[in-house]
Design a protein around this ligand. Structure first.
Ligand code: ARG
Length: 478
């Protein structure tokens, strides 16, 4: 794929999306077995055909109408014909869309594997990680680049499974983050995500698409005594996953300290970003270390300059109940408390603290983004128990902004959609919107204040939403 000349530029969560990196669900998702589902960070096994045809394909169509309409407009009927067998959506098919704005990761991987030196290094690294035999490594090296790319992702070739799939690669958010014109690589907390990280590292350092940004690829170092620590406890490790990083303004990023991102990972990232002059302000947000809240983008995402969708029970200021006598015995572990500290480059003295996530988001809206009206919070499940928790679990707070005020999420979060309507938003099904785009009833430019909903019965079992399923490469400045 000839993809030279793409400009990396992300300085907000809501500027009009111009280019992003995605990975469409590959056959590996259909190979998750019940006994390994949780180890591979899926909550359940998924039905691959339904997940692709009736769910993810809508996401892709919407992305293309917004970012690269020439590839899709006027062709919908043909693309959807059953005789086409989804060829438009299959990376290795000649009829594949091949967008240079909605960029498919598998194609990039095949490109770098066509270069023998890169192929040999990457194959050797994957084989070391997956404990493959020397002979198998030689076999992999002799494979055509396209087959090899698909095998390195799905784990299988010609019906044979050589190692585990990496089904979480659909969550491209987590493999790296574009901050202005730099790329911060991740250091995953979970073993199931190690191969993804390796692939991402090779892509950013070797693909011509990123050629002019080589010097801007940032790798978080391990703390110097990393390898001296006894045992396998991941708590103390230096880890950082992309879902915990949000670029909220050209100078300010948020980093979650969570189940996945350690304090040392966050701290090393901030040091690096300050040192390289990428940003001047970083806010660290400690959230409860729980599977439900693995990254900060599972708790809140931005909708507009002055509007955020949040889980109220964690983000709002909590009124402390009178302590019960036994509370003295049950002092909450610090890991379960929310704590927020803001650091500015060159500033001496105490960092600034915020009492709750909403206070921080309000400060960002008013002071970083210049909003002059009161900040709006739209709550998961319309802030009523148990729908708040239920819908957060199925990613009601994990929305992707296609442009300011137009976000995309799952259709199953009814009460959250109700909350959007109450705040003046339209809620429209992706299938209907696609039809309207196609027949000229509306167009992406004229859409305002809208939540687009995508079918999600299967996708939501993978435990991530569209914010996770996107790695923005370019957004217009706000
Ligand atoms: N940015 C995110 N919230 N990503 C969600 C990742 C979900 C994935 N199954 C995992 O547990 O790793």
């Amino acid at each position: 794929m000839n993809l030279t000349g793409l400009k990396l530029s992300v300085s907000s969560e809501i500027g009009t999306l111009r280019a992003l990196l995605i990975h469409s669900p590959d056959s590996g998702l259909g190979k998750v077995v019940p006994s390994k589902a949780q180890d591979w960070l899926f909550e359940d096994i998924v039905h691959l055909d339904i997940l692709r045809k009736h769910e993810y394909d809508y996401y892709l169509k919407i992305l293309l109408y917004f970012l690269d309409p020439d590839l899709i407009k006027g062709k919908l009927e043909e693309i959807d014909q059953s005789s086409q067998r989804r060829s438009f959506f299959k990376p290795r098919n000649p009829a594949f869309h091949g967008s240079r704005k909605v960029v498919e990761l598998e194609g990039l991987l095949a490109d770098i594997l066509a270069e023998p030196p890169t192929r040999q290094k990457l194959v050797a690294s994957v084989c070391a990680l997956e404990d493959c035999s020397y002979r198998l490594q030689d076999e992999f090296n002799a494979m055509p680049a396209g087959d090899l790319a698909s095998m390195l992702i799905s784990g299988s070739v010609n019906g044979k499974m050589h190692f585990a799939p990496i089904p979480n690669l659909i969550f491209t958010r987590d493999i790296g983050i574009v901050i202005n014109d730099h790329i911060l690589l991740n250091k995953p907390a979970k073993k199931a995500r190690l191969r993804e990280t390796l692939i991402a590292k090779y892509l950013f350092f070797n693909h011509p698409l990123f050629a002019s940004y080589r010097e801007n690829v940032l790798e978080i170092p391990n703390s110097f005594n990393n390898f001296l620590r006894p045992g396998d406890d991941t708590d103390e490790k230096t880890t950082l996953e992309g879902g915990d990083v949000m670029v909220v303004s050209p100078s300010h990023i948020l980093i979650g300290c969570s189940e996945r991102t350690s304090v040392s990972g966050a701290s090393e990232a901030v040091k690096l970003l300050f040192e390289k002059g990428v940003i001047t302000k970083a806010t660290l947000i400690r959230i409860p270390h729980k599977r439900d809240f693995m990254h900060i983008d599972t708790l809140f995402t931005q909708v507009k300059r002055d509007t955020w969708v949040v889980l109220g029970s964690v983000a709002s200021r909590q009124v402390k109940p009178e302590p019960e006598p036994a509370d003295r015995f049950t002092d909450k572990k610090s890991k379960d408390k929310t704590q927020i500290m803001q650091f500015e480059k060159g500033r001496v003295g105490q960092p600034r603290e915020f009492a709750c996530i909403e206070d921080l988001l309000d400060d960002i809206s008013s002071n970083d983004l210049g909003s002059t009206i009161p900040t709006t919070f739209i709550y998961s499940g319309n802030n009523s128990f148990p729908f708040d928790a239920r819908e957060q679990w199925t990613d009601s707070c994990n929305l992707l902004a296609l442009k300011e005020g137009v976000v995309i999420g799952y259709d199953r979060n009814d009460k959250t959609a109700e909350a959007f309507r109450e705040k003046g938003f339209s809620v429209i099904k992706a299938a209907d919107l696609v039809q309207q785009f196609e027949n000229g009833g509306t167009d992406p430019q004229s859409l305002t204040n809208t939540l687009i909903t995508v079918p999600s019965a299967e996708l939501s079992r993978a435990r991530g939403g569209f914010h996770c399923m996107s790695m923005p490469l370019n957004r217009s400045e706000l």
